[in-house]
Design a protein around this ligand. Sequence first.
Ligand SMILES: Nc1nc2c(ncn2[C@@H]2O[C@H](COP(=O)(O)OP(=O)(O)OP(=O)(O)O)[C@@H](O)[C@H]2O)c(=O)[nH]1
Length: 482
Amino acid sequence: MGSFRNQLNIFFSATEMLRSILLLLCWLLLWRLAVLMEYAPHASIWFPPAGLSFAAFLVMGLRAMPVLLLCSIIATFWVDNMYQSEQDWLQLANSGILFGAAHCFTYWLGASLLRSMVKSLVADVLPKAILSFLVIGSVTALTAALLGTQALAISGMIQSSEVADIWLPWWIGDLAATIVLTPLFLGLLSWRYPQIDSWLAGLDFHLQDQPLQPYLIKQGICILMLSAIMLLAYAFPYPEVSFAVFFLIIPQMWMVYTETAFRATMSLAIFSVLTAIWVALLGLMEQALVYQFAITVIAASAYFGLAVPVLAAHNKQLRKLALNDGLTQVASRMYFFERAEQEIARARRYQQPVSLILFDVDHFKQINDDYGHTAGDTALVQVAEKILTDLRQSDLFGRFGGDEFMLLLPNSDLQHATDTAERLRQTLMRIALTQTPRRLSGSFGVIEVNPQENLQQAFERVDANLLQAKRQGRNQVVSSPS
Ligand SMILES: Nc1nc2c(ncn2[C@@H]2O[C@H](COP(=O)(O)OP(=O)(O)OP(=O)(O)O)[C@@H](O)[C@H]2O)c(=O)[nH]1
């Protein structure tokens, strides 16, 4: 009950009223545009209001219903004015309500289904969200076409016999617009409705600081290519020539991979509007179905392409998390062992020495207990930063866990590694911790890796040396020959 009252309050708020009026104006404008591109009665090459209805129901839910119903009724009166069907206003209102009910109910149902499906997906599943959108969008457009044509037949706007001819182009027109335009409308609406971001599984529609010029060049190439292909189809009126429009997938995918999601969807919208305009201008109505399919197929492929940069960014982030220790940013234990295996194998091949150092901060627990975990964390970060400045570029430095760190020194024999450990022990004592007045010290184990042993065995030996350094009173280096 509370939530219903909440919805009512939102519905009657000034901003929502303004949004509804804007929605009404945009819908009617797009509808007028669609009528301009009709190639047969009630069959437009594409029907942009369908994309807007789907996007509005996705974002606003049931709150969009009254406005979109009103749009459908106004459109019915408007269309009658054009076709002169001689119906009286009561019949027209009846037709409008029937058509509106078919259109709005279907798109609301489709949008609600998509919303609940996308919400139930766990993170990082953009391809699944895209697939759900394509499947539900197509079925919704089909249902809207079947119910819409029936509504017109029942209300007497068209003959029953015409339904069989109209439903397919009606569906493809709705489908092209729903598939191409819904994401763009969602992108535009996501500036005002931030909840959309969470459904997009990482896809960012908001403008980023990417240079405008390369985008404009790519957009220009897309427009030129499309215009050339359409003029070619006009000059050589064979059905085969019209299929050349499918080549547009190349520049569109180029756009998807290199530009922001918003620009890519914008480019698809420009492609579909221009195709529709060229078809209308050059009278290529015979091949309208080919162009409608091209628009839909290219858009559907492009959306899957949108998932690639998002997945690549996720992978990069996951790899960074796996390779680096989250707190100190030195190598993670997993990455250290992976690299150490490679280095030891390489050293064995070239018969070069390689050494391991394992060290542990003495009485670190005391810092946590006396000054808190944040002070402990800061101390670990300071230790890692300071040690890192004291190493060669080729040395590998990682965190084993807790206050234990490890080093792999390529091209270093036991003597060199022991000297390095001794230097680091002194470095540790010089660290001035920012959050505690404490001074640090560390215990070090050192070994030179024996050509016959594997990493596991080498690690056990260096760990034993560290343990001995602890037992012997801490703040010292214990090394042993191979
Ligand atoms: N602040 C902080 N503490 C950690 C972290 N990881 C482990 N610790 C703590 O580090 C302490 C490590 O203690 P130990 O190595 O067992 O012992 P110690 O106090 O260093 O004493 P010795 O090693 O015997 O000299 C434990 O209290 C852990 O809870 C971390 O990421 N941050």
